[in-house]
Design a protein around this ligand. Structure first.
Ligand code: GLC
Length: 495
């Protein structure tokens, strides 16, 4: 299972309509009466021939996935997505009544214990006139991202789309009056980027029955016990998820979060049923409170070793999800590229976040850093999209030999190594060199024979000298690295 992405693809990709098929159709156009029907069929055939995959189901449009592999296929191929945290919290942007509020920006209502009535006052101030869906989607494309997940409603309870289930939404409660999620859905469809929603199903600090707001509405356990929580779920959260899965075209995934009190009765299952009924191709993340389609790792928590299941790491570019005006702690493009490769080499996806401003702009440093990763991907994307995890592992690092040494979470210390990483596709190993070796790269073991070695950045694919010594191999490298961050060495393998 080194290459789940490709295993899924062979199963999934429909035959389309071949040239031979079209020829057969042509010869069958015999009688005059049959002509319009046959011409119609021919047109459909030509269309499908031009788009050889089963495009309707690829978009999540038709039928049901026959297997879990089929359903997961796009996710395994995609590897890199854009997360967007955008909401009323962009207005205070980390400061309340002149005081900087510590912690992540979208939690300001909770951290500053802002009463609902006061927080609601942000809505009439929210007018993101500089929002441009086309530009946001262009950024995702430039960054080499294949899917987008945006907050449709975060813990503050404010819907960022036109919702009939609650008037507390961007169309009905702000001077903006537009539905940015509609605009983004349309632009993503045009650009071939899959579109999904973050939805905070459990926490809703705006509603008396929602979880999380203890400063206005008292303890959560009480709400769970006295029926208020289920009433909130049934009157707001469930209807809103239905709206999102009905009015925005194919939704690639729903990203539920912080599953407080979801393990009681059929609370989680009710959401699963809604998703399965309305959009059977839509994935459910790992934070609903019941088994989802893939595992969501902790925020910014990249595992130390290969994890052999479908998974994703949500991650920030600085130290917040929602915009904070004074958080300038940006990760560098080199670090982001390393993290992307590191994650793919361990079998996962990277969902990387931007926090747009209250004007509707994505901070410039976020844009610059993402585009730098995109430039690297333009040259080296073959080693990322649809690639599986490393068959090795020693290159990732090792646990500290002293089992008693623990980090601040009580876990054993892992000493990560960062010189190289490996991603794979059938018949290929991609060696990502973050430290350029002097003269040659040595691989202790190859399962098979290296038939050719070249640098991915070399358009001419000039062969590099390889030398075998038993199962070990040595690949001669030029003196200078083609990429100062990560130069990818491609090894063609025959077993
Ligand atoms: C956490 C936070 C939330 C954020 C999410 C992103 O669960 O509660 O604010 O949206 O992580 O992964």
């Amino acid at each position: 299972m080194n290459d789940p992405g490709n295993a899924g693809r062979t199963l999934f990709r429909g035959p389309g309509i071949t040239k031979k098929g079209i020829a057969i159709m042509k010869t069958r156009i015999t009688s005059r009466r049959a002509f319009p029907l046959a011409a119609g069929l021919l047109a459909v055939g030509l269309f499908l021939a031009a788009f050889p995959c089963t495009w309707a189901s690829e978009q999540g449009g038709a039928g049901k996935p026959a297997t879990q592999d089929q359903k997961m296929q796009w996710f395994r191929e995609a590897k890199f997505g854009l997360f967007i945290h955008w909401g009323l919290y962009a207005v205070p942007a980390g400061t309340w009544k002149g005081q900087p509020i510590p912690g992540i920006g979208e939690w300001i209502m909770n951290r500053a214990r802002i009463p609902v009535k006061e927080y609601e006052q942000l809505a009439p101030q929210f007018n993101p006139v500089k929002f441009n869906a086309e530009e946001w989607v262009r950024l995702a494309r430039d960054a080499g991202m294949k899917y987008m997940v945006i907050t449709s409603k975060h813990h503050d309870g404010f819907a960022m789309y036109g919702s009939k289930a609650s008037p507390y939404n961007i169309v009905d409660a702000t001077p903006f009056q537009r539905d940015p999620l509609k605009e983004l859905a349309a632009e993503c469809a045009k650009a071939g980027i899959r579109f999904g929603f973050y939805y905070s199903q459990a926490q809703d600090w705006h509603e008396s029955g929602g979880a999380g707001n203890t400063w206005d509405f008292g303890p959560d356990e009480e709400k769970s016990r006295n029926g208020a929580y289920d009433k909130y779920l049934q009157s707001k959260a469930e209807p809103q998820v239905r709206e999102l899965l009905t009015n925005y075209g194919p939704v690639c995934l729903i990203w539920f979060d912080t599953p407080r009190m979801m393990d009681v009765g059929d609370r989680a299952k009710r959401f699963i049923d809604i998703v399965k009924t309305l959009q059977p191709w839509c994935l459910i993340d790992g934070r609903l409170g019941a088994a989802g389609d893939y595992r969501s790792m902790g925020d910014n928590r990249i595992p130390n070793e290969v994890v052999r299941e479908d998974w994703e790491v949500p991650a920030t570019l600085n130290d917040t999800w929602g915009f904070k005006s004074y958080d300038h702690n940006w990760k560098t493009p080199e670090d982001l590229t390393f993290k992307l490769v590191d994650i793919v080499s361990k079998g996962g996806n990277y969902l990387l976040n931007v926090g747009p401003t209250a004007e509707g702009l994505i901070p410039q440093p976020s844009q610059d850093n993402l585009r730098a990763v995109g430039r690297w991907l333009k040259v080296n994307g073959e080693s990322i999209y649809g690639a599986g995890p490393t068959p090795y592992g020693e290159e990732l690092g090792a646990y500290d030999p002293d089992p008693n040494k623990k980090d601040n979470r009580g876990n054993r210390i892992f000493l990560a190594r960062k010189d190289w990483r490996c991603t794979v596709k059938p018949g290929k190993l991609y060696i990502h060199l973050f430290t350029w070796p002097n003269g040659s790269f040595e691989l202790a073991k190859v399962d098979g024979k290296i038939t050719k070695a070249y640098l991915l950045a070399d358009a001419r694919k000039k062969s590099l000298k390889v030398k075998a010594n038993g199962t070990a191999w040595s690949i001669a490298l030029p003196a200078a690295a083609p990429d100062k961050t990560d130069s990818v060495l491609v090894l063609n393998i025959r077993k």
